[in-house]
Design a protein around this ligand. Structure first.
Ligand code: SAM
Ligand code: SF4
Ligand code: SF4
Length: 339
């Protein structure tokens, strides 16, 4: 039986996002700008990454504390060798009822079947444009739209539930909002728009570059009328809508303009084994050293329980009031903890 662990605002620890690598084959301008994440950038050496056994052991401990949902992320999670083996190990952990992955989709066509067979249930594919030139510029490496679309179709064919995430940034891809909405409505995949966030300190974030969800929703509604759908569960991050007269959904993740900290149940484990209690934290608490220096499962449970019980993060709610002072402080990079 799992116990409920609550933080200082009485939020339970329900979700764990596990970053399996800090490396990525893309250089998205809003996440890992090529000027900063260049050839000399020091990525983590392999021995500093948590092993699959260490990740699975921690997952068991989190599951015993009430965590039911696991999301695998990165960097680009499919850059980690033998990822299906890890999925298989996690899927056997008692209490884990959902395993999802966020990916840029570039390697998905190759791995979709093996991931599904290993126990992955859902995949979120990030795609910011259907225009090859623009997409190539955004991903910083000239990857083509077709590669991602075939990854999406391979995932759906393999029986994975698929959602698409689109980050919208003013001056970058507003013109892609309607084509993306039309395309994925037609394909029957749920598209979610994400407001551009001030994660890390590398991407040159400015408030005026954020396109508020309400503006995106209004644009779509004018052409394809929307109606609200009820949230699925406590702590759901996306506001859900349906195209009127259909069951086809669309979502908005408005972490800048409508913060959802009050129901945030997510912990994040970085590839090197640090536990972050907020996407915008400056640093995390190291679990790798305790894991490697003989802590028992109960010791680790106490350690994690203590970290969670002291948690008082509500960055996005504070940002609403204090931008810009807040956005300039030191924060972990997105590619370390995976969104
Ligand atoms: N590489 C994988 C991918 O892109 O899906 C997983 C990791 S990525 C850091 C996770 C998600 O964060 C992606 O959907 C990405 O678009 C989103 N993301 C990255 N930087 C962001 C930013 N500054 N604002 C909003 N979303 C961002
Ligand atoms: Fe890589 Fe994902 Fe970041 Fe893009 S958003 S650079 S694909 S980790
Ligand atoms: Fe959760 Fe931090 Fe995001 Fe608020 S800002 S929703 S506490 S991760």
């Amino acid at each position: 039986m799992s116990e409920r662990f609550l933080d200082s605002y009485k939020r339970p620890l329900r979700d764990l996002r596990i970053s399996v690598t800090d490396k990525c084959n893309f250089r998205c301008t809003y996440c890992m700008p090529a000027e900063i994440f260049g050839p000399d950038y020091a990525f983590l050496p392999h021995d500093k990454l948590l092993s699959f056994e260490e990740i699975t052991r921690l997952t068991k401990i989190f599951a015993s504390m009430g965590t039911e949902k696991i999301r695998i992320t990165g960097g680009e999670p499919l850059m980690r060798k033998d990822l299906p083996t890890l999925i298989q190990m996690i899927s056997e952990v008692e209490g884990v009822r959902d395993i999802a992955m966020t990916t840029n989709g570039s390697l998905l066509a190759k791995h979709a079947k093996a991931l599904k067979a290993a126990g992955l249930k859902r995949v979120t594919v990030s795609l910011d444009s259907l225009d090859d030139d623009r997409f190539g510029q955004i991903n910083g490496r000239g990857f083509r739209v077709e590669t991602i679309l075939s990854g999406i179709e391979a995932a759906a064919d393999a029986g994975l539930q698929v959602k698409i995430n689109m980050v919208v940034q003013r001056g970058m891809n507003e013109q892609d909002i309607l084509p993306m909405a039309r395309y994925f409505r037609e394909k029957g995949h749920i598209l979610r728009f994400i407001e551009y966030m001030d994660v890390g300190n590398s991407n040159g974030w400015r408030l005026d570059l954020v396109v508020p969800s309400r503006e995106i929703a209004a644009l779509i509604h004018a052409e394809m009328p929307l109606e609200p759908a009820e949230p699925n569960y406590y702590g759901e991050v996306a506001s859900r809508y349906r195209y009127q007269g259909t069951e086809q959904e669309i979502g908005f993740i408005s972490s800048v303009t409508q913060a959802f900290c009050s129901t945030c149940t997510r912990a994040r484990l970085s590839a090197e084994g640090k536990l972050y209690t907020c996407l915008f934290a400056a640093d995390g608490e190291d679990l790798r050293e305790p894991l490697r220096s003989g802590y028992t499962d109960e010791d680790l449970r106490q350690l994690i329980g203590g970290i969670w019980s002291r948690r008082s993060d509500r960055y996005s709610e504070e940002r609403l009031k204090h931008t810009p002072e807040l956005t300039q402080r030191k924060k972990v990079e997105m590619s370390h903890i995976g969104g």
